[in-house]
Write a protein that binds this ligand. Structure first.
Ligand code: KG4
Ligand code: ZN
Length: 321
């Protein structure tokens, strides 16, 4: 039994997973409402909320899995990348819990966690594969040789794909986080109504800042009333541009990695147009696209545990190694 804990951004999450990848529980307490009025995550507010939520969320994960704390055999926790204050809440909690029970601890990388969302039962995806990881913080193309062995072949030069969705949503007067709202609204709009540019950067990298600026200018030109009236068309056209960029690069990445099977993980993997545009790809299960702790416990199955009490001095890390 693996207890996973994730607090890297604005979701407080805990999950119980068996060693063969069966999810017994996965609890996610989102702070989105708390941050919505600021239009984005406020790090200090996030840390304080994690502090209040981490114990009850872990308790709920155990109770929903139907197990007692005694039955937990190892603790997995996100060590980075993410907001350092937020990460430290989960990491400190996990250390204390593991130490009190003399359990081993597996410090887990958040990105390895997203990739390992493909490894859960009943149908784990066998590496090797080419993986697009598209979230609020990252847009990466990865050559995944094994769940503990992958290499970055492309990244974004500016905004992440999820960030592009969120910033676009804000320009359209939608709530935060905006990806899911754009997705919903786009279904009623015409994706060909506006021609938004997809940046052409050399190689396998992405750039989304020009697209965001194009939307800004269009919204300014249309004015408030017209923007409101054409919001669905704007959302559909904007989403189309992001999806095109992602699909085109992911297909091209296969030439670089030589791994023909393709997979998509991270919050943006929940996007319905992206899912429809890549019928040949394997997507993370919907419930495991946005941040959760089941993926962290899943990743921990492929990494060595640190015996008690050698992990007590571990620190969190903010950015990509
Ligand atoms: O993986 P995640 O929960 O957090 C990070 O590790 O960053 O991803 C969150 C991102 C947000 O930017 C959110 O707007 C986006 O995923 N997202 C979506 C959808 N659902 C969530 N983007 C597009 N379409 C969706 N349906
Ligand atoms: Zn994430």
């Amino acid at each position: 039994m693996i207890l996973g804990i994730e607090t890297s951004c604005d979701e407080t999450a805990a999950a119980v997973l068996t060693a063969d990848g069966v999810i017994l529980s996965s609890i996610v307490s989102s702070q989105a409402d708390l941050h919505a009025r600021y239009g984005g995550v406020v790090p200090e507010v996030a840390s304080r909320r994690h502090l209040e939520l981490v114990a009850p969320v872990v308790r709920e994960a155990l109770s929903e899995a139907g197990i007692a704390l005694d039955e937990v055999e190892r603790v997995a926790v996100t060590q980075g990348p993410g907001l350092v204050g937020a990460l430290l809440v989960g990491l400190s909690f996990a250390k204390a819990l593991a130490w009190a029970r003399s359990l081993p601890l597996v410090p887990t990388d958040h990105l390895a966690g997203h990739v390992a969302s493909l490894a859960v039962a009943p149908d784990p995806l066998e590496p090797p594969f080419t993986c697009l990881l598209a979230s609020g913080g990252h847009t990466l193309l990865l050559a995944v040789r094994a769940y503990d062995d992958f290499e970055r072949v492309g990244t974004t030069l500016d905004d992440a794909a999820g960030e592009a969705f969120d910033k676009g949503a804000r320009l359209l007067g939608l709530g935060y986080p905006g990806g899911a709202e754009i997705d919903r609204l786009a279904r009623e709009g015409d994706p060909e109504a506006f021609a938004f540019p997809v940046a052409r950067v050399p190689g396998l990298d992405f750039s989304f800042s020009g697209l965001k600026t194009a939307l800004l200018y269009t919204v300014r030109e249309l004015g408030e009333a017209e923007t409101a009236a054409r919001r669905a068309d704007l959302a559909a056209s904007y989403q189309r541009a992001i999806v095109r960029a992602l699909v085109e690069r992911l297909r091209r990445a296969v030439d670089e990695t030589g791994f023909e099977r393709i997979a998509v993980v991270g919050g943006v993997a929940a996007n319905s147009e992206l899912r429809a545009a890549l019928p040949e790809a394997r997507f993370a299960p919907l419930a495991l696209c946005t941040d959760n702790a089941a993926m962290i416990a899943s990743a921990a199955r492929f990494h060595a545990a640190i015996p008690c009490p050698e992990y007590l001095a571990l620190d969190a890390y903010a950015s990509l190694a």
